[in-house]
Design a protein around this ligand. Structure first.
Ligand code: AMP
Ligand code: MG
Length: 313
């Protein structure tokens, strides 16, 4: 595929030049594939919103190599430093107070007083960030409200020829978006992910609230419909319906053509990694309905259920 570039010294430098020209490219992170642009450039950020058809009021996550550049853009406290030490680089996004002097485009954080920041762990994106003098604004590389891409071909499916440069990092390691924690006021989880609330509470030494179920939209990304394949989804389903795609988990199922197993080994990490792949496959096969069995609501299963719930809206 001509838009997909392998990870090499030459291609990373090419990516650097594209970003320095304030153009957009796609790249791997350990969570899902993202559309990246210079976070300090209004032009880049606006282009990301228009490519994704993302509502302007849904802010982007700004990705940094380490604390150095962040210091100019955000304020942080002890809680942040504790979590940073333990989980960054990695799939944890922090909502912090934005500094007045920050160069991050106001469009990237939807003109809010806060800013979402992450330090991704994937080797390719880290080598690229290290070469750049600015952080990257990166949402998932899909049209807004849809299913996130977990390999380079998914990005091609989403944007066809509109994205001319995709760095190839193979299949996403985690396959679900990062955990989002608000640290701009009392710590609260805004989006569950592979780093769990329990793990976070252990590091902070205190309870952290979970506002993902709150009716009040604190995080614009908590909009009801999201991560959706555009097909009705029924959760906690027990028996298969021969016309619908049936998503299962565990080894007790006798597999039929319309059945898709997230993990035969009942491994939740594997299920998370396969979820979006399976949803995309089902969509391609033109099923009109999806039934999903109950997925254990623990560890990353909490994040899987969060995405399925939003996808079913
Ligand atoms: P994504 O759509 O995967 O790029 O995820 C970004 C998530 O972080 C969305 O749920 C956003 O609404 C949320 N987010 C980004 N910036 C902020 C912010 N300043 N305050 C609250 N939530 C934010
Ligand atoms: Mg997204």
């Amino acid at each position: 595929m001509k838009n997909i570039y392998r990870n090499s010294f030459y291609n990373l430098n090419k990516a650097k030049r594209i970003l320095e020209k304030n153009q957009i490219l796609a790249l791997p992170t350990e969570t899902v594939y993202g559309l990246a642009g210079n976070a300090y450039s209004h032009k880049s950020v606006k282009r990301i919103y228009s490519l994704k058809k993302r509502p302007q009021k849904n802010p982007l996550i700004i990705h940094y190599y380490n604390l150095e550049l962040l210091k100019k853009d955000a304020e942080y406290d002890k809680n942040f430093l504790r979590l940073y030490k333990k989980f960054s680089p990695g799939p944890l996004t922090y909502i912090l107070k934005k500094k007045k002097k920050s160069k991050v485009s106001k469009f990237a954080n939807a003109k809010l007083k806060t800013i979402a920041v992450r330090f991704p762990k994937n080797k390719i994106i880290r080598s690229l960030l290290k070469k750049l003098a600015f952080p990257l604004a990166i949402p998932s590389a899909n049209i807004s409200t849809g299913v996130s891409p977990t390999d380079p071909l998914d990005v091609v499916d989403e944007f066809k020829n509109k994205i001319k440069f995709i760095l190839n990092g193979g299949k996403s390691l985690i396959g679900l978006e990062s955990t989002v924690i608000n640290l701009s006021s009392k710590p609260a989880i805004l989006r569950p992910g592979s780093i769990s609330r329990t793990q976070i509470e252990k590091v902070l030494g205190k309870k952290v609230s979970n506002v993902t179920k709150s009716k009040f939209v604190i995080s614009p990304g908590m909009h009801k419909r999201h991560y959706s394949p555009g097909i009705p989804i029924k959760l906690n389903s027990i028996k298969p319906d021969y016309k619908a795609a049936f998503i299962v988990f565990g080894k007790k199922y006798k597999m039929k053509k319309n059945m898709f197993n997230l993990s035969k080994k009942s491994n939740l990490k594997e299920a998370a990694k396969n979820l979006y792949k399976v949803l995309r496959k089902i969509k391609k096969l033109k099923y009109k309905k999806i039934n999903v069995v109950k997925i254990p609501n623990k560890n990353i299963g909490i994040a899987i259920n969060d995405r399925l719930k939003k996808a079913s809206n």
